[in-house]
Ligand binder design. Structure first.
Ligand code: PLP
Length: 412
């Protein structure tokens, strides 16, 4: 083996190689996020601790990722045990942890088979590809289009921004990828009218998260299921944010008593470790044969070790129950604030979409004001923000957050 050429590793400047490491700076990171000027170095349950020692109640949960809080001892143990054995192993070989997560998910859901990836967008794309391959395998390659809904969010890849049709996310990225027809959420007639000879699937979030915790009425989800059955379409659910106990069930569609043909999940399933998955029935996945899809890191041993522990922890139903209890506390605390600065409130388990009076402040300003009171939340759009407490949050944590909201509204 020859050593790399020195020219290729030469420093860009004339600083000697032994110069001290450069100081970290936010300017070194591509500015695609409007970041708050705080750095967290530790997490404990519902709390994040900054480098300057301040404690913040994390009711954003890393955008609904840390469902089991920060540094849960069981997840730390699962990860560190795996870390001393094997980090990565190609999907060219069997991955034991992956098979364990898949078996547990199959046991707990409608699914017969699972594909592992790293993120929500990748899971959504995988589900879209699965639907196209299903029709291809059935001799109908022309049925490649997917119906999606206004206000949706499925990720930031080229296909998923085209699927969700949010003009802000599409701007500057050229022609949106073809293959998606976006219709108004809640309008079954318009949905049926949009079904054409090229339609192969309908993709929907049972509760729109980025849309501000907008839950679809169960009857409407049932209506979508019937439409799919009648027209031979696959129903794809995006449970990237609604899944893994957040709404008080393992997956939100359970509230409607329906099952999808395919489902994209991510966020909570890895408890903070990047892990996503596409769950599907055997029939829906019939086109996904060797060579059709892949992901180098998808479901690698580290991610799978954590994922297996997360699913095991949710098997008792204890965290789903806690999500319902947290929801009741949110309702009790926030509902009285309607008319006192709050205009709207939508609660689904441990998840609250809150509309602030737009004359008072925007959702973003509200989040900033809450952060000054050491509470983290996430704005969605306009005057709406969202709380996604971890399912390990205590009653006192929730009360503290409600008190902070009340204080901010009173201070105007
Ligand atoms: N789908 C939904 C419903 C989401 O909420 C998100 C992220 O917020 C995604 C997909 C994309 O997930 P990721 O950011 O992991 O790609």
């Amino acid at each position: 083996m020859t050593a790399p050429e020195t020219a290729s590793i030469a420093p860009k400047t004339d600083k000697p190689m032994s110069a001290p490491a450069p100081q970290p700076s936010s300017a070194a990171v591509m500015p695609t996020y409007a970041r708050a000027n705080v750095v967290f170095e530790r997490g404990e349950g519902s709390w994040l601790i900054s480098t300057t020692g301040e404690r913040y109640l994390d009711f954003g949960s890393g955008v609904a990722v840390n469902a089991l809080g920060h540094a849960h001892p069981k997840l730390v143990a699962a990860l560190t045990e795996q870390a001393s054995k094997l980090w990565h192993c190609s999907n060219l070989y069997r991955v034991a942890g992956q098979e364990q997560v898949a078996a547990r998910l199959i046991e707990a859901t409608f699914a017969d088979t699972v594909f592992f990836c790293n993120s929500g967008a990748e899971a959504c794309e995988g589900a879209i590809k699965l639907a196209r391959r299903y029709h291809y395998a059935n001799g109908h390659p022309e049925r490649w289009r997917t119906i999606t809904f206004k206000g949706a969010f499925h990720g930031r890849t080229l296909a998923t921004i085209a699927a969700a049709r949010n003009p802000k996310h599409l701007e500057g990225f050229g022609e949106p990828a073809d293959g998606f027809d976006s219709v108004t959420l809640g309008d079954l007639e318009a949905t049926e009218a949009a079904i054409g000879p090229n339609t192969g699937a309908i993709m929907v979030e049972p509760v729109q998260g980025e849309g501000g915790v907008n839950a679809l009425p169960p009857a409407w989800l049932k209506g979508l299921r019937e439409l799919c059955d009648r027209h031979g379409l696959l129903l794809i659910l995006d449970e990237v944010q609604t899944g893994v106990g957040r709404t008080g069930k393992l997956f939100a569609h359970e509230w409607a008593g329906i099952t999808p043909d395919a489902m994209a999940i991510a966020k909570g399933i890895g408890g903070g470790f990047p892990l996503g998955a596409v769950l599907a029935t055997k029939e829906a996945a019939k086109g996904m044969v060797a060579g059709t899809h892949g992901s180098t890191f998808g479901g690698n041993p580290l991610a799978s070790a954590v994922g297996a522990e997360v699913v095991a922890m949710l098997e008792t139903g204890e965290f789903q129950q806690r999500a319902v209890e947290i929801g009741a506390l949110l309702e009790e605390g926030l509902r009285p604030l309607i008319g006192e600065g709050l205009q709207g409130l939508r609660i689904r388990g441990a998840w609250a979409g809150v509309d602030v009076d737009p004359l008072l402040m925007t959702g973003r300003q509200m989040c900033e004001a809450l952060m000054h009171r050491s509470v983290l939340a996430k704005d969605t759009h306009g005057s709406t923000l969202r709380f996604a407490p971890p399912l390990v949050a205590s009653d006192d944590d929730v009360r503290l957050m409600v008190d902070a909201v009340r204080d901010v509204l009173r201070a105007g």
